[in-house]
Every structure is written in structure tokens, then in C-alpha cells.
Write a protein of this length. Structure first.
Length: 250
């Protein structure tokens, strides 16, 4: 079963420029990333404890149509970019997929993927996705190959202790999404991705390990998608960038 949010996907025209913007405005360092061979996309990553932000760019729109994240990124960039989707970490991804499919989920099988990481190292993972992804669709599942410079034991230890330009280590807390129909989306997330939601007033809340996903009704005064981050700061900070709101709090 999912143990937390693995990463948040943000579509941008220029990942390098977008990374520089978030470093300057939010204080996050982007220290990872690479290209997805044959899939038409490339990225920059900011590690936030055990999770990360992914700034994804498209260099070949035709090739990007070959996978769900790529298709969703292309659609997002056609509208100017911004929040695309998020992934849930699941170390038992094949068993989870089998249970979900047995209960009627349309999620696909766990498929191997990779990209060229730093140096000559290839970073590998397995993902299981619904047929389509998007800001108002369920997330996908991912399991990383737990070795190497990005996902080995030493790498994970260093990531949790890494001091970002904001002055301390940082970790992801969760997401808040204002959507057209939070009831329908929560129901779909339960069926397709195995999430569990509780209802608090007008907000549906899913707790996945140490992370929280909040779904609220979009309307007048609705907020942009919000990424919540914990760090050693004196007081909460809120910055809007790349079509999202980044909240850093103690």
C-alpha cells in the first residue's frame, strides 16, 4: 500500500530556469534530474526529505505522448504549465496493483522506467498509472530502485540532512488542491489508487504516511494548488511561483 507522497510533478517550459526561480523565491535547491530516454521529457529535482519536487519539461511532444506523465505534461504546457499530478510511494507496487485491479481499478501494471542520472548512473523505477493523469485525476504509484547516488541508503540519509538555501533541511508535508468536485475526485482516488479520505467540513483529507492531501471545492477565491513544506524558519512563508503556492512553515 502507498506509504506517502513520493513526488509532485510541475510542468514548465524550461526546467533550469524554473529551478532557478524556485531557488531564489522559495529557497529550494535543485540537485537532481536528467532525461527520460525515448519519452521526450527531462527534469530537475528538489529533494524534500524522502519526497521531491519534479520540474518536468518536454523536448519531444510526440514521444511524450507515449506515457501518461508525458501526455499530462504536454496538456499542461499547452495551458501555460503548472501542477500536473503527484505520485504515491509504494514499495509493494505489484501487490497493490493486483489488489486494486481485482477491485475494479483501471490502474495499469507496474512498468519499469529509467533516466540518465548524474555521471554514468542510470536511475530506475517502476510506475503504475491510471489511463490518464491530470490536476483533477487520481495520482499514480511508484517504486524506486533503492540503490545508487539518488536512492541508495547513504543518498537517502544525505538527502534528509541536506541544507537548502532557505537555511535548513526541508521536507514535504502535503498538498492542497482546489478542484471542481472534491467528492467525485476523492471517490475516484479511493477506487483507482487505494487512498482513504476523511471529510472535514468542505474539505476531503487523505493521510498517507507522513503526508496529507486536501481536496477542497474550487470557486470564488479558490487558491492555486499548494505545496506545503516544513523547514526551520521563524514564521510561515507563502510564495506564488510557477502557478502554485509554496508554503514553508516551521
Amino acid at each position: 500500500m502507498p506509504t506517502g507522497i513520493d513526488h509532485v510533478v510541475i510542468a514548465v517550459a524550461d526546467p533550469d530556469a524554473a529551478a532557478a526561480e524556485l531557488t531564489e523565491r522559495v529557497g529550494l535547491a535543485f540537485t537532481g534530474g536528467g532525461r527520460h530516454p525515448g519519452l521526450g521529457t527531462f527534469n530537475r529535482l528538489a529533494f524534500l526529505g524522502d519526497a521531491y519536487l519534479e520540474l518536468i519539461g518536454v523536448e519531444d511532444a510526440e514521444a511524450a505522448q507515449g506515457w501518461a506523465v508525458g501526455r499530462a505534461a504536454v496538456r499542461s504546457l499547452e495551458r501555460g504549465g503548472g501542477f500536473v499530478t503527484y505520485a504515491l510511494a509504494d514499495d509493494a507496487i505489484r501487490g497493490t496493483v493486483a489488489r486494486l485491479q481485482a477491485n475494479g481499478s483501471s490502474i495499469g501494471p507496474a512498468i519499469h522506467g529509467s533516466r540518465q542520472g548524474s555521471g554514468e548512473e542510470r536511475v530506475e523505477w517502476w510506475t503504475a498509472t491510471p489511463p490518464e493523469l491530470g490536476p483533477e485525476r487520481p495520482p499514480f504509484l511508484i517504486k524506486h530502485a533503492a540503490w545508487g547516488a539518488e536512492w541508495g541508503t547513504a543518498a537517502m540519509y544525505e538527502r534528509r540532512a541536506f541544507v537548502h538555501p532557505l537555511g535548513s533541511p526541508a521536507k514535504l508535508i502535503g498538498l492542497k488542491l482546489d478542484v471542481r468536485d472534491p467528492v467525485a475526485l476523492a471517490t475516484s482516488c479511493v477506487a483507482e489508487a487505494g487512498m482513504a479520505f476523511a471529510w472535514f467540513g468542505a474539505t476531503h483529507v487523505a493521510t498517507i504516511g507522513r503526508h496529507v492531501v486536501r481536496l477542497a471545492a474550487a470557486g470564488i477565491g479558490s487558491e492555486q494548488p499548494s505545496v506545503w513544506i516544513a523547514a526551520s524558519v521563524d514564521r510561515p512563508r507563502s510564495t506564488t511561483a510557477l502557478g502554485l503556492r509554496f508554503v514553508v512553515r516551521p
